[in-house]
Ligand binder design. Structure first.
Ligand code: 6PG
Length: 225
C-alpha cells in the first residue's frame, strides 16, 4: 500500500502540498538555518506553485531551490522546468537569486551539465518534489533508459521515445533526501498508480523510496479496487 493523502480536486491537492511545504520549510530553517528543496517539472506542480506563492510565513530568505530534472533546453524555453517554476513561483517570492540553482539544460555535452550540477548540491536535500508520467516515469527517469541504473547524484539521460536528452536526479539522490513527495493528479495516472501500489509493472516511480503521495480522487480512483 502507499502512503497517500487524497483530496477531492487538483486544487485541494496542490493547496495541501503547499501547506506542507510551509511547515517543513519552517522546521528546516529553525533546525538547520536553511531549507533545501528540489522542484519538479511537468504541469502538475503549477497549481502548487500558484498556491505556494500566496502563502504567508515562508522563510524564503533561507530557502535554496534546486530541480529534480530538466529538459535539454535553455531557461527561456517554454519547455524548461526552471522557466515553469520561475514564471509560476520564483518570480513572485523573495528567494535570493543566488539560492536558485538551475540545471543547465542548454549545456553540451549534457554530461558536463550533470557533473557541474552535482558540485552545487548540498550534502542532503530536505525535500524532493516529484511528479509521475502516465508511463510511470518520475523526474527524467523513463522506463528502459540508462539513468535508471546511474550511479552518482545527477545523470544525463537519453530518452529514445522523446528523441531527446534530459538531466535528472538519480534514484540515489532522490532516495538520499529527507523526504520525497509525489504530486499526482488526474484519472490518466490512476491505472499506473494502482499497479505501483500493488508492486506490479516496471514503473520507475516505484524506485522512489517511502514517498508521501499527494493525490486527487481521480488519480487515486483505482487504489484499493
Ligand atoms: O520534466 C518533467 O516533465 C517532469 O519532471 C516529469 O517527471 C513530470 O513530473 C511527469 O512527466 C508528470 O508530468 P505532468 O505533471 O505534466 O503530468
Amino acid at each position: 500500500m502507499i502512503n497517500a493523502c487524497v483530496f477531492a480536486t487538483p486544487e485541494q491537492t496542490a493547496q495541501a502540498a503547499a501547506e506542507a511545504f510551509v511547515r517543513v520549510a519552517q522546521a528546516a530553517v529553525a533546525g538547520q538555518g536553511a531549507f533545501h528543496v528540489a522542484l519538479s517539472g511537468g504541469s502538475t506542480p503549477k497549481l502548487m506553485y500558484r498556491a505556494l506563492r500566496e502563502m504567508n510565513d515562508v522563510p524564503w530568505e533561507a530557502v535554496h531551490i534546486y530541480f529534480s530534472d530538466e529538459r535539454s533546453v535553455g531557461p527561456d524555453s517554454p519547455d524548461s522546468n526552471y522557466r515553469l517554476a520561475q514564471d509560476e513561483l520564483l518570480a513572485h517570492v523573495p528567494v535570493p537569486a543566488s539560492q536558485i540553482h538551475r540545471m543547465e539544460g542548454e549545456r553540451r555535452p549534457l554530461e558536463e551539465a550533470a557533473h557541474a550540477y552535482t558540485a552545487l548540491l548540498p550534502e542532503r536535500l530536505d525535500v524532493v518534489l516529484l511528479g509521475m508520467g502516465d508511463d510511470g516515469h518520475t523526474a527524467s527517469l523513463f522506463p528502459g533508459t540508462e539513468a535508471l541504473a546511474a550511479g552518482g547524484r545527477v545523470a544525463a539521460n537519453w530518452v529514445p521515445k522523446l528523441d531527446t536528452g534530459r538531466l535528472t536526479f538519480s534514484f540515489a539522490e532522490i532516495n538520499a533526501a529527507r523526504e520525497r513527495w509525489l504530486l499526482v493528479t488526474g484519472a490518466g495516472k490512476a491505472g499506473v498508480l494502482r499497479e505501483v501500489s500493488l508492486g506490479q509493472g516496471e514503473h520507475p516511480v516505484a524506485g522512489v523510496q517511502d514517498p508521501v503521495w499527494y493525490l486527487d480522487e481521480a488519480a487515486a480512483g483505482q487504489l484499493g479496487a
